[in-house]
Ligand binder design. Structure first.
Ligand code: B12
Ligand code: SF4
Length: 512
């Protein structure tokens, strides 16, 4: 179906559909913060309809129906690499086929890093790199109000006479802290609250924007390039009033890339949280936790921080240094101790099998994890495979380019990343993006990692799993203990069989 341009130009306020394509199951869905933030930014000049594929599994039909029944001027799609890329492709294809004149705009982590691969697809007209609020508004202004030209929209990748153009990068913005999210655009916001080990009505929330670090393996660095901004205490308080009093939220997952930033800026937020004493979870860095004063830790205790996700990454300082992580392995151990003595569970993520020494590093990491489990058995472990992503489109980062340039494929040749979004959606590249497989992993090492993950996961079932029955968890724990004790990880067939009856929750797939 094609709508006439006259019909479009007659209207005063333009209308855009913003879509969060499916990435997880409805019961794990949290507020789709990307499209909520975009809607808040557009509000002054544009109308928006939000469609969330996490709660509406038939979201493609919903979008098509919306376009049929409402005059829609553009479709904005939020795209994270990995499984969400597949649902974004399926949606965009359908929209392009049925409504060929409606512009389709992709934004999010995938277009930020892989804008060329997005524009290689006929159903992506614009890719927005980095924070999307101002870029999307200016793009719509350029398309519909003739306010500026496309060349002038910083952060935009587009096609000019068939060639892909990356406009200049957009500077970091903290304007989001001045906006209130339109939660009611999602229908009943309460359907985004779910039971977790933190509480019965846990909500996702983001306080700080950005991250001041630039770890080479992390997409966040490409998005924010070392910039961050924390909200004020009163701003946090205002949001928590809404979430707790209006929606009944009783616990929080802070999606900030790093909750603990400079102490002077973090303490006002901790004071707000200490007054509320809602159980909470966050991302944190080992060096920040180690550097915190006793008074800040006292606020942490009073605030009821239950768990902190720490990117431990590796037991090897050379790798931490090479990956520009900025922390050391001894700081990780010290942070674990600080967490233990303050009643916080450290949730430690590791990157296994870097190409420089895949087998050796993996075995060293297994031993380091065993050491951690000895000093703090409650510590949670998340295992990923080291899989550096390409540097952000339109930006130069020689360090990341060097690291990526040294990667090898299975045949030992230079690793060539996909050139199109559809290639990135092939199973082997989805696994790469999700940090579960890389071309330089041998079959033996892949199996070894799987086996260790199974034995460790059964020996220490995660406390975040509130769905598996306690009897099932303790049966698996008992069954796995001899293997773990004797380091006999190989071929844990009995654990794999038992897991068919007691399915353990994997927080890597769906979040908490
Ligand atoms: C919540 C979350 C999820 C949720 C899903 C969220 C959703 N969309 O429904 C769940 C838990 C399912 C999830 C899964 C995954 N995630 Co995730 N996730 C996050 C998290 C914690 C918060 C995302 C968020 O809401 N941010 C707040 C919003 C406001 O920011 P934003 O999404 O970046 O949106 C801004 C811009 O990107 C842009 N934008 C976004 N969409 C759009 C759309 C348009 C049209 C425009 C114009 C702009 C635009 O503008 C927005 C406003 O500025 C981030 C870490 C973080 N703190 O950001 C990781 C993160 C995004 N996830 C990541 C990854 C890799 C994954 C996985 C694919 C793999 C993995 N190993 O975890 C898995 C998939 C697992 C699977 N199923 O197999 C990476 C992405 C890195 C990268 N370069 O791709 C991050 C950054 C974590 C990290 N540090 O590595 N994730
Ligand atoms: S790994 Fe953590 S600290 Fe490093 S850039 Fe990513 S979010 Fe920031």
């Amino acid at each position: 179906m094609t709508r006439s341009p006259e019909a479009i130009s007659d209207r005063v306020r333009r209308h855009i559909v913003l879509v969060n394509p499916t990435i997880t199951k409805p019961r794990a869905a949290k507020f789709p913060l990307a499209i909520l933030n975009l809607a808040a930014a557009l509000e002054e000049r544009y109308d928006s309809t939000l469609v969330d594929g996490n709660v509406d599994l038939d979201f493609i039909s919903t979008v098509l129906r919306t376009i049929e029944t409402t005059p829609i001027d553009a479709v904005g799609v939020s795209v994270m690499g990995g499984p969400q890329l597949c649902s974004a492709i399926a949606l965009s294809r359908e929209v392009r086929t049925r409504f060929p004149r409606i512009p389709i705009v992709w934004g999010g982590h995938f277009p930020t890093l892989c804008a060329d691969a997005c524009l290689a697809m006929p159903y992506v007209d614009y890719a927005i790199r980095g924070q999307g609020e101002e870029t999307l508004t200016e793009l719509l202004d350029a398309l519909f109000a003739g306010k500026s030209s496309l060349e002038a929209v910083a952060g935009l990748t587009w096609r000019q006479d068939g060639a892909i153009v990356h406009n200049v990068r957009r500077a970091f913005s903290s304007a989001g802290h001045g906006r209130i999210l339109p939660y009611e655009h999602l229908g009943d916001p309460r359907r985004y609250l779910s039971r977790t080990y933190l509480g019965r009505r846990t909500s996702g929330y983001q306080a700080a924007l950005g991250c001041r670090f630039r770890c080479t393996f992390c997409g966040v660095a490409g998005m924010f390039r070392g910039k961050t901004a924390l909200p004020t205490g009163p701003r946090l308080e205002q949001d928590l009033d809404y979430l707790t009093e209006r929606l009944g939220v009783d616990s929080l997952l802070f999606y900030d890339n790093n909750f603990f930033d400079r102490e002077a800026d973090t303490v006002p937020l901790l004071e707000v949280l200490a007054k509320r004493a809602l159980p909470w979870w966050c991302f944190a860095r080992a060096d920040a936790l180690v550097g915190m004063s006793a008074s800040a830790w006292s606020l942490v205790r009073r605030s009821r921080l239950r768990m902190a996700y720490i990117g431990a990454e590796s037991p090897s300082d050379w790798l931490l240094h090479d990956a520009r992580k900025g922390t050391r392995a001894d700081q990780t151990l010290e942070a674990i101790e600080r967490c233990r003595s303050n009643g916080v569970i450290p949730e430690l993520s590791f990157m296994l099998a870097p190409p420089q020494d895949p087998e050796g590093e993996t075995e060293r990491t297994f031993e380091y994890i065993r050491h951690i489990k000895r000093i703090h058995p409650a510590a949670e472990i998340m295992l990923y495979v080291y899989a550096p992503l390409p540097p952000a489109a339109g930006a130069r980062d020689r360090h990341v380019e060097r690291i990526v340039g040294s990667l090898r494929d299975a045949a030992g040749g230079p690793l060539v990343f996909p050139a199109t979004a559809e290639e990135w959606a092939e199973p082997r590249w989805l696994a790469y993006w999700c940090h579960t497989d890389t071309p330089w992993l041998t079959a033996r090492l892949r199996r070894r990692i799987q086996d260790f993950t199974t034995v460790l996961g059964c020996r220490f079932p995660t406390v975040t799993d509130v769905r598996s029955p306690p009897w099932g968890k303790s049966a698996l724990r008992g069954l796995a203990s001899w293997r773990y004790r004797s380091r006999r990880y190989h071929g844990p067939w009995e654990l794999e069989a038992a897991q068919r009856f007691v399915r353990l929750w994997d927080p890597r797939l769906a979040g908490l």
